[in-house]
Design a protein around this ligand. Structure first.
Ligand SMILES: [Mg+2]
Length: 277
C-alpha cells in the first residue's frame, strides 16, 4: 500500500532528479559552470521548495513567505532549476542560463522572482539571513528563514560572526544548512582549511545541531519537520553530501566544482541520471 508519506518522498525524489537534469541542462546551455555544488544540494533544494518552505510562486513578494538564502551562490544553477520547477519563472529560461542579457547569471540576482539575496561573494548569507529572521521577530510575523552554506564558505570568518550573533539573539526563527560535500574549488576541504569537528564547533557557538545524510529524502523531510530543534537557539543541519551527485564522472572530484559541459558529457550525464517519472 502506498502511503501519503511514500507518495511525498517519491515526488520529492523525482523533483530532485529533475533539478539535477536541469542543472546539467542550464550549464550545458552556458557551456560551463558549477555542476558539483548545484547537484550535491539537489535533494535539499527539492525538500525545501516542495515540502518545507511556505511560498507563493505567483506572488513572490508575499510578505509572510519563508525566506531562503543561497549563501553558496555559485550553486545558482540548482537554485534556478528549483525556482523554475516551482513555477517562479519559465523553465525555458534555463536554456539561456548565463547567456547575454539572460536574467539567470552564474550567481543569484535579487531581480529574479524567488531570489531573496544576490550572492556569490562568500560569507555574507548567514548575516543577511539573520537580519531577515530578526525582521520577522520585530514585525511579529512567523515566517522562517533558511540559509544554505557551503563547506568551503565556512572558512570565511564572517560566517562565524553571524553564528555568534544569531545565538546571542536566540534566533530559533533561523535555520542554516551546510551542504557538506567535503570539496571546495581547489581540492578537499581537509587539505585546505579543515572544518572538523564541525558539529562541535557549531554547538560551541550556541546552535542546536543535527547531522544527516543529505541525499536520504526521508531523513531530510523528517529533519525539516522537526525545526526548530530548540526553542531558544538557531538550528543547524549538517547535510553530508557528495559533490556532483548523480553522475559518475562528476562525483566527488574538485574537477567538477566548475567545468565545461560538452555535448557528449551532457548526454552522458542525462543517460546516467535517467528519465523522471
Ligand atoms: Mg563544498
Amino acid at each position: 500500500m502506498t502511503t501519503n508519506r511514500d507518495a511525498l518522498l517519491a515526488d520529492l525524489r523525482n523533483q530532485a532528479l529533475c533539478i539535477r537534469r536541469n542543472v546539467w541542462r542550464a550549464l550545458h546551455a552556458a557551456t560551463n559552470g558549477h555542476v558539483g555544488g548545484s547537484t550535491s544540494a539537489a535533494d535539499l533544494f527539492a525538500a525545501l521548495y516542495f515540502h518545507h518552505l511556505r511560498l507563493r510562486p505567483d506572488e513572490p513578494d508575499w510578505p509572510d513567505r519563508d525566506r531562503f538564502v543561497l549563501s553558496k551562490g555559485h550553486a545558482n544553477a540548482g537554485l534556478a532549476a528549483v525556482l523554475a520547477q516551482a513555477g517562479f519563472f519559465d523553465e525555458a529560461w534555463l536554456d539561456r542560463f548565463y547567456g547575454f542579457e539572460s536574467p539567470l547569471g552564474m550567481h543569484p540576482d535579487i531581480k529574479v522572482a524567488g531570489v531573496e539575496m544576490s550572492t556569490g561573494g562568500l560569507g555574507h548569507g548567514l548575516s543577511v539571513g539573520m537580519g531577515m529572521a530578526l525582521g520577522a521577530r520585530l514585525q511579529k510575523k512567523d515566517f522562517r528563514t533558511v540559509v544554505m552554506l557551503g563547506d568551503g564558505e565556512l572558512q570565511e570568518g564572517s560566517s562565524w560572526e553571524a553564528a555568534m550573533a544569531a545565538a546571542q539573539h536566540k534566533l530559533s526563527e533561523l535555520t542554516a544548512i551546510v551542504d557538506y560535500n567535503k570539496i571546495q574549488q581547489s581540492g578537499h576541504v581537509t587539505d585546505m582549511i579543515d572544518l572538523d569537528p564541525l558539529a562541535d564547533k557549531w554547538r560551541a557557538f550556541g546552535w542546536a545541531v543535527r547531522e544527516i545524510d543529505g541525499h536520504e529524502m526521508g531523513v531530510i523531510v523528517d529533519t525539516l519537520d522537526d525545526l526548530p530543534f530548540a526553542a531558544d537557539q538557531p538550528s543547524l543541519i549538517i547535510a553530508h553530501t557528495v559533490k556532483g551527485k548523480g553522475v559518475s564522472f562528476a562525483e566527488d572530484t574538485y574537477a567538477w566544482h566548475s567545468n565545461f559541459v560538452t555535448d557528449v558529457l551532457y548526454q552522458q550525464a542525462l543517460d546516467e541520471l535517467g528519465e523522471p517519472a
